[in-house]
Design a protein around this ligand. Sequence first.
Ligand code: CA
Length: 345
Amino acid sequence: MTGPKPIAIFSLRRAALACLSAVMAVLSLAPAAGAAAKPVILDTDICDDIDDTWALALLLQSPELDCKLVTTAVGNTEAKARVVARFLDRVGRADIPVGIGVKQHDGTHRQMDWVQGYDLSTYPGTIHQDGVQTLIDTVMNSPGRVTIIALGPLPNIAAALEREPRIAEKANFVGMHGSIYKGYGGSDRPSAEYNVVADAKACRKVFTAGWPITITPLDTCGLIHLRGDKYQKVLRRNSAITSNLIQNYRAWQADGLKGERKGIDAANLARLVNNQLNSASSTLFDTVAVYLAINTDLVRMEQLPVEVTDDGYTKIVEGAKVINCAVEWKSLDGFEGFLVERLTK
Ligand SMILES: [Ca+2]
């Protein structure tokens, strides 16, 4: 260093650049011509909550990201792969391979109605029966560093690390996981967040691996709901992306209501589903993980030593591996605007 930094000018420039970058994000401008899209793998427990389907839609609408593979996680991963495959096919993205993750049972999920009669063998793209191995191969054979975006509990990623630990040298990890200062519903007490507590052992394996880790804990992802004009814009857009998304929201909502209100008649079910469908989204936790794979301008990041406890908390513990945590929104409204802009473009 040859002299003192012109701090004021530097800060001003940095602030101006950050501002410009946030505006570009909100306007959803494509990356500069020639800028290569970032290779990503999406690992999703789609069909448990509906926010994964919203996150998949956001990913497909984001030119900064080049989706190399989608793997399904948790429960009946084969039945979930049918939803991913049909969705990709219907929005014209059957170029993306689908990998079936570690299968835990043969049961149903909440978006089964949407894939009634859909046969996975009719997917024009590739279906990989061993999604974990395909994930490993995709990372190891990629000329550039891959970003794994994980939207659920982590049995697939833990299994991949077990089989091939070197993936941690060739990939970055971005996840919707944990709870740092805030818990569910913006509570001042951290929660044992579902994606962590559902498989704390797998989460600890992933959070102690050698790769760079970025997470959106409940502090930021737990606050995302689309309501009012923002939600109506998505509802009314009626593109391939939004209509397939809303059809899935409908199937998921109806399945949940049928479970809650045993014996409900068809007319009442339709009325309740329509009420919800016409008013707002559910909490869209997972969409924030996709955003963090693109950039972090709209959130305040902290680098924190985080330990995964046996009972599913993500605690700040001196000496633990330091990870990048999106702990607070700089502009929650900006993110929701970005999300709507992307989904409806
Ligand atoms: Ca999820």
